[in-house]
Design a protein around this ligand. Sequence first.
Ligand code: DLL
Length: 439
Amino acid sequence: MAEKKPRIEDRIFDLDECMPRDRLTELQIDRLNRAIERARHVPFYADRLKNVGEIKSLDDVKRLPFTTKQDLRDGYPLDFMAIRRDEIARIHGSSGTTGQMTFVPYSRRDMDNWGNLCARFLSSGGLKPKMLVQVSFGYGLFTGGFGLHYGIERIGAAVIPAAAGNSERQLAILRDIQPDALVCTPGYALNLAEILQAEGITLPHLKVGFFGAEPWTDEMRARIEDELGLFATDNYGLSEVIGPGVSGECPWRHGMHINEDHFLVECLDPETLEPVKPGEKGEIVLTTLTKEGMPVIRYRTRDISNLNPEPCPCGRTGVRMGRVTGRSDDMLVIRGVNVYPTQIEEALLRIREAAPHYEIEVTRPGALDVATVRVEMLPGMFSASMKEMVALRDRIVQAISSITGIRMEVELVAPQTLQRFLGKARRVTDRRAKDEDKQ
Ligand code: DLL
């Protein structure tokens, strides 16, 4: 859903965002050679880069080794650090919810670059000096809170570091301080919108919202904008690479411009590891070009997206990555069909009477997979007749099937009964391995 004409004024924060492509390529090659030299301080890379000579064209990137999350885990706690201990300016880390956590050290220069990179997408999404911003991301090892914080300050706007959680307090800030901008996960924005609606509070002062850290859809954006009355943009990043600031939307909102002067991007077929055609879906693979604390080479993000190299009307020259439809490790294979949780969300958001809160459970009671989607009804629907509820359930089954190609069981549950998430949502429970053990 690309926009015809942006609703907000575009403000380019840094002219490097508009660097002509040929100059950008030259800069990337130069920076890549320097990044390789820095990476040689890391034993993992020193060994793998032994026979890699000078990089002369971006095609040479094929000669470089890949890095996986497992490699970083094996290097726990700081084997991937390429600076001295007394040069560390900050250490962040990934949560470790899906395994061993990893630490990510930053140098002073990394911190400086990071602030600028976040300022780029904040500016392109409508943040202006002197605006007041509520940051409802976690502050801590998670990169969301601190990353956005420094970007906001770089623009000359003011921060309310609300941090994640305590919805009562979040609402009090929104209502009583009246910030101009909100920063959090899209799921949490929707959650706040829902509580505001239940309490009959409207927020005419909110102008812009910056949402990221988890997959969301255009339908979800429309609902958030409608309910909070703001202009919402998507931004993407990951802690292993820097945190938020890898890419972000411009006001045209047709993909997130990648900060290619700092990150070299590839979109590869996750099986063959060969590049996919422009516009086709593949795994995003990133190489840091300027990172000093922990450079990564060809880091396999597991995020599935696509790259659009067409020029953008905004004038920024960085390629645009499409919405992340999910992580390749989030992908469910149900009866042989690939399904991403965002597809369920997309289906639910087409149906006004269903709340976009859902859980997916996959089981294998016999030979076949059974996927059950639990969906919350909106409060008004809860008192509907049995006939209306059955009709609603059937419409949801139909919507899911038309998007995913498979039929799932749908259970309607009472409003406010499914878990809400302060940070990233976790919606899938896959019980198939356990079911097989039982058989
Ligand atoms: O989530 C960094 C971040 C913070 C990005 C705040 C944007 C805003 P991690 O905790 O390491 O870092 O998680 C990274 O989150 O590989 C994606 O799977 C997912 N992700 C991040 N941004 C988006 C997005 C931060 N805009 C992982 N859309 C990534 C979809 C996203 N998924």
